[in-house]
Write a protein that binds this ligand. Sequence first.
Ligand code: OGA
Ligand code: NI
Length: 309
Amino acid sequence: MELPMVDVSLLGQDSNEKSIVIKQIQEACQTWGAFHVINHGVSEAVIQAAMEVNRNFFDLPEMMKKEILELGSRDMFSPVKLLTFQRSARGSDLLQRDLVRLYANPFEDFIDFWPTHPADYREKMGRYTKDVRKLGITLFGAIMESLNLGPTHLQENFDKGMHMVIANSYSPPTPESSIKIGVAPHSDHGIITILLQSSPGLEVLDMADGKWKALPCPEGSLQVLVGDHLELLSNGIYKSVFHRATLSTRTTRMSLASFHNFELDEVVEPATELTAEDCPKRYEGCSTRDLIKDIYSGEVGRLIDRLKI
Ligand code: OGA
Ligand code: NI
């Protein structure tokens, strides 16, 4: 599958090249709702350190992880840490998906809630989180530009926004297990998700033929996914991408998913610049809180679809 490979370093240039990249982003967001990024400013060393420190965290004795877990709250909106260990049972198959969820913006407000073990966890995840946030801000500007909204459209609101990072660890299934999927099909709630994968597994739904397509993770690249809030903000010009993750059969697969959002209670509306008499507003506004709440509500279907006018 040929997703565009966006060279982020070219966005820093005031040139023809920049406009080519913006165009690439525009096409990718319209066609796939996803693209790769390279030269993205998150160094290989920072990436490897973040992966390693999460692997070491997941390898800690259960007792120790539980202790850390108990410090966290299970409240989906607790403005803190939250470390969840999830074991989902489907039929008789047990699937082990461990995850750590970290709030990360403003950084100083949350770092004190992050795990203290391994000892270098905060330092290494902190570096990754800060660098990937910087990338998120750059991409947000480029995406706004690709919608002809101007590079500073809603920039301040986005800068203040919520940044949530989830480290996922998926154990391989037992040979008898029929489970092949680590994360069921869904779209992400935010503006964009920036995904780092230890090994391939991500699949996206091809809107053209309705088939799942495996998305490779070329060396040094990160994957960017369009979320529900960007679909809404763009008045449906961009579509949030349905995706799922398959399990790796032999090794534990890890991923770091970095969700970039507006502030929890900021109500996002379709940009008025993207509506006109012959192109009316196509969604009711909603906040990040509404979108997250809906995931846990047991409601059928997605909030973003129910908000369609
Ligand atoms: C997610 C997600 C995919 C993966 O956490 O929302 O889609 O590869 N993860 O872990
Ligand atoms: Ni996702």
